[in-house]
Design a protein around this ligand. Sequence first.
Ligand SMILES: Nc1nc2c(ncn2[C@@H]2O[C@H](COP(=O)(O)OP(=O)(O)OP(=O)(O)O)[C@@H](O)[C@H]2O)c(=O)[nH]1
Ligand SMILES: [Mg+2]
Length: 361
Amino acid sequence: MGTNDTKIKEIEEEIKKTQYNKATEHHVGLLKAKLARLQLEAETTRKGGGTGFSVAKSGDATVALVGFPNVGKSSILNSLTGADSEIGSFAFTTLKAIPGTMDYEGAQIQIIDLPGIIENASAGAGRGREVISMARNSDLILIVTDAEVSGVDKIILELYKAGIVLNRSRKNISLKKTVSGGIRIHKPQDIKVDREMIVSILKEFKIANADVYIRNPIKDSDLIEHLRQNTVYVPSVIAVNKSDLPYSRESDSRIPEGFEYLRVSAATGKSVEQLKSLIFRSLRLIRVFMREKSGEVDIERPLILSEDSTVRDVARKINRTFISTFRYAIISGPNRKFSEVRVGLDYPLRDSDTITIISKS
Ligand SMILES: Nc1nc2c(ncn2[C@@H]2O[C@H](COP(=O)(O)OP(=O)(O)OP(=O)(O)O)[C@@H](O)[C@H]2O)c(=O)[nH]1
Ligand SMILES: [Mg+2]
């Protein structure tokens, strides 16, 4: 274990021991900043070691299956996609990434089965590094647990240590380093910030001069995540597998706040269909149907886009030249109050819209 690792352990222990309250909040914030900086350094020095799994992204979105060994990840992949990932009654059956495709409402969702992770995966234990890198690049992380919901908090922590933040969005912070002038904080008047805290966190990251722009209320962890650079924000849901087996009443209370979950059984097929719709909904995708000028609509194969897409994204997806020759688009759909409307490139789309693009001739 390197000296960095020892220091990381010590700080983690100290954070655990320290009761969090008004009086200690500053101290804990600094410890967290120190921890994040050490983890970042550890990661940079470790880079280059170990190769990632090679699975090309395909389909409209990618979902990574993350969980402890033997909880039934491969069984879930197989029941969601009809893939044939090896299942075994012992830990570490799966040793590499195995992709499958889930067909849902016209969308092709890539699901990737991964080896089980263990504690300290973020520090490279087991195949932790590779698993985490797949998770980092996915559009949704499906955490799989056994019926007792054991260890979800540990999995979330391992991902967090590797810079993967689940079910939270990026806070609006930006930072411009300057050569002098100290730390200047720019923010709306009604937002309160702990200036002293911000200055000391920045100091930990060796920043003494900077303009900091804050647009919404932030916590110390938001700033630390911002400074870590490698932070990604990924949505996540939990599949509580093996729920055909008996489980204790308390197990549901182990689901962390802010996570949706579903009790399923890959063995009996219980709630597998519901899991498919939970996955699809959590990916926040919309389906958009193209109508030819002739009036023909391809309802078998909608375009799959993220929910914040506009007409421009449709045009771009079909053919780049559509943007330069674009005149207007005609939109209709079951989720619209109007029967038809003419719109421009920036018009936001809704699920199940039908769109016709009219080009300059
Ligand atoms: N009772 C029950 N057993 C299950 C269920 N799903 C999987 N199993 C069993 O659990 C064991 C592990 O299943 P896998 O799908 O190989 O688990 P895994 O998470 O992929 O395991 P690793 O690849 O080793 O990490 C096997 O013996 C499966 O038959 C379930 O829903 N109910
Ligand atoms: Mg497996």
